[in-house]
Design a binder for this molecule. Structure first.
Ligand code: SF4
Length: 436
């Protein structure tokens, strides 16, 4: 019950109706049938609905939906900004730069993205080919990136290859010399925050003929990615991996995706000395509905703790300005992006948030049977047709537009002309001791 005496379910239904009256088409409307199942403490019903609205309209909601924080009672949900008094805000007409570099080393290729985020690795197998294409289209339109994940590189991504990161993970599924050579950025996935120490697992029902062909495996047989890379047990081994990629593609930037164990700061420094350009920290809240709850809730550090730990250690080592730190695993909103940067990240990587923009209801059915009933995390040829790549790319682009607008608003209210000036400004954050 809230102060008006309405239950959470009644409020969700009311907000759906309200949004529809205002002319928004919330999709999928199936959520009407089961409002009690919509949302949890991190992805509240409000945040899900607000993300759908942003994907529809390209701007934050103005109908009272809470689009900035969830109700987890900790982390990003309790951090807020110490904004300047209104008379000190930057004027609306003053430009605010949201671009970041993806290489800070004094050599190698320069790549900049106009917004401080790109799309997370989600494999062909975990998501449909249609969703992969949509994410690549959006990345191309926004001059940023998306990532293949570890399930190979479908031919339909080739037209977007300047905006596609090739991921190499422990299963080596679909890793081919040409897909490394096409990539402006190659990402080694050593671990993922949602299930560190568990590797990957694609159930047989989703390993269709097309998926198996891409992964050079047998259809309808479950696939496991081991943990860890059995060829890497030291910084020297790690450097050999990076040298291997640089031999195939000397132009490529190299990203290293790690989860957030307590010694993540040491891992980040080791990756820097091995030659990585980007340290990708994946915190414990990430992953689709396929990640086991016990792993999501009990292993690895929340990203809010990992970012400042790594940022400070890189500073102490005198190498912070030579490496880019990207954060993922629990970044839901534009405010989360800004808070992650204020804690010390250069930028963020969005995965689940993009799926929510396409209509995900967080029902956790990603891995079961034919997969997602809305055509997102499925490989079923029929269900996959529910997503039109042009429609989906437009929704992701709209979400990016809304996020950029909000980020610029935050920077203006802090008196900053560039998102690069926000990095590591923990002094601009305060911890709210309110009841969640
Ligand atoms: S099955 Fe589909 S709607 Fe449900 S959590 Fe997975 S992606 Fe979201």
């Amino acid at each position: 019950m809230d102060l008006t005496g309405k239950t959470a379910e009644e409020l969700v239904i009311e907000k759906h109706v309200e949004a529809l009256r205002r002319g928004f088409h919330l999709w999928p409307t199936l959520a009407f049938d089961r409002p009690p199942a919509l949302g949890d403490a991190r992805w509240t019903a409000d945040l899900i609905l607000a993300t759908w609205l942003q994907a529809e309209t390209g701007r934050p909601p103005d109908n009272g939906l809470e689009y900035r924080v969830g109700r987890s009672g900790g982390g990003f949900d309790r951090l807020d900004f110490k904004f300047l008094p209104p008379e000190q805000w930057l004027p609306e007409e003053e430009p605010v730069d949201t671009s970041i570099p993806l290489n800070r080393r004094p050599y190698d290729r320069r790549i900049e993205i106009p917004v401080p985020w790109y799309g997370a690795g989600m494999s062909f197998g975990s998501i449909s080919e249609q969703v992969m294409v949509a994410r690549a289209k959006a990345a191309q339109q926004w001059q940023t990136f998306t990532c293949t994940g570890e399930g190979g590189y479908p031919d339909s991504l080739i037209p977007y290859r300047d905006h596609v990161i090739t991921q190499i993970a422990t299963g080596m599924f679909g890793v081919r010399e040409e897909t490394v050579q096409w990539a402006p950025i190659v990402e080694f996935k050593y671990a993922q925050g949602a299930k560190p120490g568990l590797g990957g697992h694609l159930l047989g029902d989703k390993a269709t003929v097309a998926v198996a062909k891409m992964r050079e495996s047998v259809p309808w047989v479950s696939l496991f990615s081991p943990f860890p890379f059995h060829s890497v047990y030291s910084v020297e081994d790690h450097k050999k991996h990076i040298d291997w990629v640089k031999t195939m593609n000397p132009e490529a930037l190299v990203s290293v995706k790690v989860s957030t164990p307590t010694d993540v700061d040491m891992v980040a420094v080791g990756s820097y000395y091995a030659g990585a350009h980007i340290i990708h920290l994946d915190g414990s809240y990430g992953g689709t509905g396929a990640a086991p709850e016990i792993a999501k809730k009990n292993i690895a550090m929340p990203i809010e703790l990992a970012i400042p730990k790594v940022h400070r250690f890189l500073e102490q080592e005198g190498i912070r300005d030579e490496v880019v730190v990207m954060a993922s695993g629990g970044i839901r909103t534009a405010h989360d992006v800004a808070k992650a940067i204020a804690l010390g990240a250069d930028g963020c990587i969005l995965g689940t948030t993009e799926l929510i923009a396409l209509g995900c209801t967080r029902c956790s059915n990603c891995e079961r049977g034919r997969g997602c009933p809305f055509g997102l995390t499925t490989t079923d040829p029929e269900l996959s047709q529910l997503v039109d790549p042009d429609w989906a790319a437009e929704r992701i682009g709209n979400l990016y537009r809304s996020f950029q607008q909000q980020l610029q608003g935050i920077l203006r209210r802090l008196g900053l002309r560039s998102v690069r000036d926000l990095r590591g400004r923990r002094d601009l954050l305060r911890y709210e001791r309110r009841d969640a």
